[in-house]
Write a protein of this length. Structure first.
Length: 230
């Protein structure tokens, strides 16, 4: 399969396996005129405008997270709008032309922060007040190619972000876990008990106090999986 691009979003919402950016409301008309085909209806359905880059008109605020090798998910932003969904796990498509595209689009987009990682290369994209700040480093191996370890080392003053990352990672596991059961497969063939235990430890240590009910539900689910693991 080769090395795949990992995409993570930290702001305004933490998302594993993809990123979703929102077009500024006052810029929606200009954005659609510049980047989309007027003959295509983008309502509730993503249409590619560039490699790994999809536009969705979401009147209900529910946006598809694109990922080639993760369970399909709909992320609820609770606000109608035009969204850009960036796909995770592709082999190609994140070269300099992607950087040019995001730099041009930044003037139309709300503030956001996301990463695209390939092998040892970390690309950090932060959009603030319509300007893109892009940083490229080549030291992902320092954190054993583990984005969670990277967050712990580089976001020590942002524990809610770290907590939300591990909570979302747990939710990804839960969704995949349930999908496997529905398909008659055994999740234990995919997940080791250590994976449940590490996630439980992480979300317990980095709780986001603004969403205690969500964290409690995920902790309880992990505890059940550990207790039932043979």
């Amino acid at each position: 399969m080769g090395t795949l691009h990992e995409v993570y979003q930290l702001k305004p919402k933490v998302i594993n396996c993809g990123a979703i950016l929102r077009v500024r409301r006052e810029k929606e008309t200009a954005f659609l005129e510049k980047y989309t085909d007027p003959q295509i209806d983008y309502t509730n359905d993503g249409h590619g405008i560039f490699s790994n880059t999809f536009v969705i008109n979401a009147p209900d605020g529910k946006v598809r997270r694109y990922a080639l090798y993760a369970t399909e998910r709909i992320i609820d932003f609770k606000e109608p709008g035009i969204y850009i969904s960036i796909q995770d796990s592709s082999k190609n498509g994140f070269g300099s032309d992607f950087d040019v595209l995001i730099n041009e689009m930044a003037a139309y987009l709300e503030d956001s922060l996301f990463y695209v990682i390939w092998d040892h290369i970390i690309n950090r994209y932060e959009i603030t007040n319509g300007t893109l700040y892009h940083k490229n480093t080549r030291d992902f191996s320092v954190w054993d190619y583990d984005f969670g370890k990277y967050l712990k080392a580089n976001y020590t003053g942002s524990e809610p972000i770290i907590g939300d990352y591990f909570a979302d990672q747990t939710y990804e596991m839960l969704v995949r876990h349930n999908e496997m059961i529905e398909e008659g497969e055994n999740p234990k063939d995919l997940y080791d008990i250590d994976e449940y235990e590490v996630l439980l430890d992480n979300i317990s240590n980095y709780k986001n106090t603004s969403t205690p009910e969500e964290y409690k539900a995920l902790e309880d689910w992990l505890k059940v999986q550990i207790a039932d693991y043979d």
